[in-house]
Design a protein around this ligand. Structure first.
Ligand SMILES: CC(C)(COP(=O)(O)OP(=O)(O)OC[C@H]1O[C@@H](n2cnc3c(N)ncnc32)[C@H](O)[C@@H]1OP(=O)(O)O)[C@@H](O)C(=O)NCCC(=O)NCCS
Length: 191
């Protein structure tokens, strides 16, 4: 497979599939695009639509501009690929593949999905997860992982429907700002 790099750090054979329109389950259209340096303000606006509970269990605070700038830098370095879904120009959801070719986990990719509350239950997570699945295969990855807390039942339902299975539970692995611990589920899908 060629690894010719398009502008923005994403291999050309992946980048050429974007932007494009997809239909959601309510019949509306969404635009799928790859995130890049021009999307920082839109991503911050999207992050502010996410409820505190969803933000709390992200590894980084994506409402923070330097964090989003670092995210873009990681895309430009080829370590991260993010697919954005937009309607009327506004970001409604994102799905991210984190991977690292340089070490002993180079066959793994971690998937993360966030959908704005107003846009949920319209099939967007399923669409975005399918994109990441395809991208992971194009990169030659062998295993996709997803992490969520055991109380994120919607996320568990989504990933189960997408063919992920429960791999491990990391007991007390997450902690809330109030100091309460939560159990973290690791789900995996062999590609
Ligand atoms: C989990 C999340 C990504 C789902 O996004 P979504 O766009 O609403 O999901 P979809 O509409 O694609 O749902 C796909 C399927 O998952 C299941 N599902 C989705 N939300 C669900 C919920 N709240 N309860 C039960 N099942 C649910 C359903 O089977 C659904 O199919 P259906 O609507 O045809 O029945 C979204 O709720 C979210 O962003 N949550 C916060 C962040 C998070 O938990 N991310 C996952 C960990 S990385």
């Amino acid at each position: 497979m060629t690894r010719e790099t398009a502008t923005g750090g994403v291999p050309f054979e992946i980048a050429r599939h974007y932007p494009r329109q997809v239909e959601l389950t309510d019949g509306s259209q969404a635009a799928l695009e790859l995130m890049g340096g021009g999307d920082i303000d839109d991503m911050l606006a999207f992050a502010r639509t996410l409820p505190p509970h969803d933000l709390m269990f992200l590894r980084v605070n994506i409402t923070d501009r330097p964090v989003v700038e670092h995210w873009v830098a990681s895309i430009e370095m080829g370590r991260t690929i993010t697919v954005l879904a937009r309607q009327d120009g506004k970001v409604l959801g994102e799905s991210t593949l984190l991977h690292n070719e340089a070490n002993w986990t180079r066959h793994l990719g971690e998937i993360r999905i966030q959908i704005s509350p107003a846009a949920r239950r319209r099939g967007l997570a399923r669409v975005l997860a399918r994109e990441i699945d395809t991208i992971a295969r194009q990169l030659g990855l062998q295993l996709l992982t997803a992490r969520m807390t055991l109380d994120q039942s919607a996320a568990q339902a989504v990933f189960r429907r997408l063919g992920f299975q429960r791999e491990a539970v990391l007991w007390d692995y997450a902690i809330t700002p109030d100091g309460d611990t939560r159990n973290v589920l690791v789900a995996t899908k062999r590609l």
